[in-house]
Design a protein around this ligand. Structure first.
Ligand code: UDP
Ligand code: MG
Length: 320
């Protein structure tokens, strides 16, 4: 290193943006984020993840990265989905604080400083944006997401108005403990709560999409519903799947067994039981019950495999 050259300060804030077909929004987004972050005084970087876009997003990103040193481009080989793109961004983030936002300008970069201030002063692990005046379709987007927010609150105890807002800031240490699979990017604060993280909320602005189209359709609600079931299972039973499947199995086995004993008694008394629907019901219940119990035992094996090879513990220690 040349004499007199100052040692560069380490990156403090990383902004992670997943991009799928956002060629028109991207230049404006980078310009606005750069303007806000330069004013903020933080040392920052912006990890832009091209999620296998079919338009010119990758080319636009490469050009922007050349003229904006803070922009770190990543290009996924194909379209993996928003969660994988965000995970790629997290894996490459160097800052101790990680901001996530959408690449379509629906989130407002002007809100970033307030989020950063909030996480610093509150000491929380996550500050989650709340789009109080959300500019999406009321029936297909806002209503299902309100229901989802309520359900998540019931399951995890996390009382957020707006889980689905992408604009959030996380402490890196927390993200290092999480892995975002499937489409769980919508539920990172809920997953984080399951790890014992402290999550707070801050009102942010929201804009209607100016360019391009939404990447999600009506089936999003169905996928969200399935993901909520997944969260419920992980919250309660990841360490004891036999209690889930075994309970359900016993609920079938016990009545099935009782019915069979009853029918056997009748048979011994000389009655004909061959034509009784109850016989079919008893056999079905017993078969199902045995299968569920077996699944529970397999689940117990899997939960050990899930934890042990990675040295993953059943608990997470607080970093001081
Ligand atoms: N996105 C992505 N990969 C995908 C789908 C979406 O990286 O397969 C990005 C997209 O470019 C945007 C963000 O995820 O930056 C949110 O997507 P979108 O705006 O379509 O979702 P909506 O706001 O309609 O829920
Ligand atoms: Mg959007």
């Amino acid at each position: 290193m040349a004499q007199g050259q100052q040692k560069a300060r380490a990156v403090e804030v990383t902004i992670v943006v997943p991009l799928y077909n956002e060629e028109e929004s991207l230049p404006l987004l980078v310009e606005r984020v750069a303007a806000v972050m330069r004013r903020s005084g933080y040392v920052w970087e912006m990890v832009c993840v091209d999620d296998g876009s079919r338009d010119q997003t990758a080319a636009v990103l490469a050009k922007l990265a050349k003229v904006t040193p803070e922009v770190q481009p990543l290009y996924l080989m194909r379209n993996y989905g928003q969660s994988a793109a965000m995970q790629a961004g997290f894996d490459h983030a160097r800052g101790q604080l990680v901001v996530t936002m959408d690449g379509d300008l629906q989130n407002d970069p002007e809100d970033i400083p307030a989020l950063l201030a909030k996480i610093e002063e509150s000491g929380a692990d996550v500050v989650s944006g709340w789009r109080k005046h959300r500019k999406d379709n009321a029936i297909t987007s806002n209503l299902p997401s309100r229901i989802a927010n309520r359900l998540i609150a019931r399951i995890t105890g996390l009382q957020l108005h707006d889980l689905g807002c992408s604009l959030k800031v996380y402490r890196r240490a927390l993200l290092d403990d999480l892995r975002i699979y499937g489409e769980l990017h919508r539920f990172i604060p809920a997953v984080a709560t399951q790890f014992g993280a402290k999550v707070v909320e801050l009102e942010v602005r929201h804009h209607a999409r100016q360019f391009g189209v939404s990447k999600y359709g009506l089936d999003k609600s169905i996928r969200v519903a399935l993901d909520i079931i997944q969260l419920y299972f992980f919250q309660k039973f990841i360490h004891r799947p036999l209690h889930f499947f075994g309970y359900a199995g016993l609920l079938m086995l016990v009545p099935g067994g009782l019915m069979l004993v009853y029918l056997l008694g009748l048979k011994l008394l000389g009655f004909d039981i061959g034509g009784r629907p109850m016989l079919l019901a008893a056999i079905m219940l017993i078969l199902l019950g045995v299968q569920l119990l077996g699944m529970g035992v397999l689940g117990e094996m899997l939960t050990r495999i899930y934890h042990e090879p990675q040295g993953r513990k059943q608990y997470v220690l607080r970093r001081r």
